[in-house]
Design a protein around this ligand. Structure first.
Ligand code: SF4
Length: 197
C-alpha cells in the first residue's frame, strides 16, 4: 500500500527554487509538475494521509474502495507518517509517488495535490502552501487524523466493516473553506489561521 504522507511537515515553507523556476515568476505550485525540483515536488504534499489507507479491490470489476485501516507507520493522531525518511525500509511496498507514475495512481483522492495539479487544477485554499497553516488540512476535514486506525491495532471485524467512502470524496468543509474561515473570524484568503469545520 502507498504511504506518501508527511513531506509538508518539513518543507511546506519552501520558496520557489530559482534553478527550477527559470524565468517563470509563478509560485512553484502553479508551475507545470515537470518543472519542479525535488524539494518543490515534496512540498506539494498536504500531509492528509489519505493515500496511507489500505484499499480493497473488487476482483470482478477492478473497482477500488477505501478503508479506514491505515498503514502501521501512520500516526493516526496527526495523520502523518511516523518515519517518513525511512518508510520504504520499514514498509517495502510503500510506493514512491513520481510524475511518471502519476497516471497509474487512479486511486489518489480528489483532494490530493498531485492529482489536482496533474489534472491541471489549482491547489485548494485549505492547502498549507496557500493557507500558511499546516493545520488547515485537519480543519478542512481532509486529514485522516483521528478518523482511522492502524491495521496492527484493528479489531478482527469483517472487511466490509472497514470500507468507507469519505477518503474518495471532497468534504463539504473543504468545499466551503473560505466561507468556513470567514465565519470563524478570518479573511479566508490565506491570512486566516482558524476555521474549525
Ligand atoms: S493523498 Fe496526496 S496530498 Fe495527501 S498525503 Fe498522499 S500524496 Fe500527500
Amino acid at each position: 500500500m502507498p504511504r506518501v504522507a508527511g513531506a509538508w511537515a518539513r518543507t511546506w515553507r519552501i520558496m520557489s527554487d530559482p534553478d527550477s523556476a527559470g524565468t517563470d515568476a509563478r509560485p512553484f505550485w502553479e508551475r507545470p509538475l515537470e518543472s519542479l525540483s525535488h524539494s518543490e515536488w515534496e512540498a506539494l504534499c498536504d500531509g492528509c494521509g489519505r493515500c496511507c489507507l489500505h484499499k480493497f479491490e473488487d476482483e470482478d470489476t477492478g473497482e477500488l474502495a477505501f478503508s479506514w485501516l491505515a498503514c502501521d507507520l501512520l500516526d493516526c493522531e496527526t495523520g502523518l507518517c511516523s518515519d517518513y525518511a525511512e518508510r520504504r525500509a520499514q514498509v517495502p511496498d510503500c510506493l514512491q509517488l513520481t510524475l511518471e507514475r502519476l497516471p497509474e495512481y487512479r486511486w489518489l483522492p480528489p483532494t490530493c495535490a498531485y492529482r489536482l495539479r496533474y489534472e491541471g487544477k489549482p491547489l485548494p485554499a485549505w492547502h498549507p502552501l496557500l493557507s500558511g497553516d499546516p493545520d488547515s488540512v485537519r480543519q478542512a476535514r481532509v486529514s485522516v487524523a483521528g478518523r482511522v486506525i492502524r491495521e496492527v491495532d484493528a479489531p478482527d471485524l469483517p472487511l466490509i466493516d472497514y470500507v468507507v467512502d469519505w477518503p474518495g470524496q471532497v468534504p463539504e468543509s473543504a468545499r466551503r473553506w473560505r466561507a468556513v474561515v470567514r465565519e470563524a473570524g478570518g479573511r479566508g484568503d490565506g491570512e486566516a489561521r482558524t476555521g474549525e469545520a
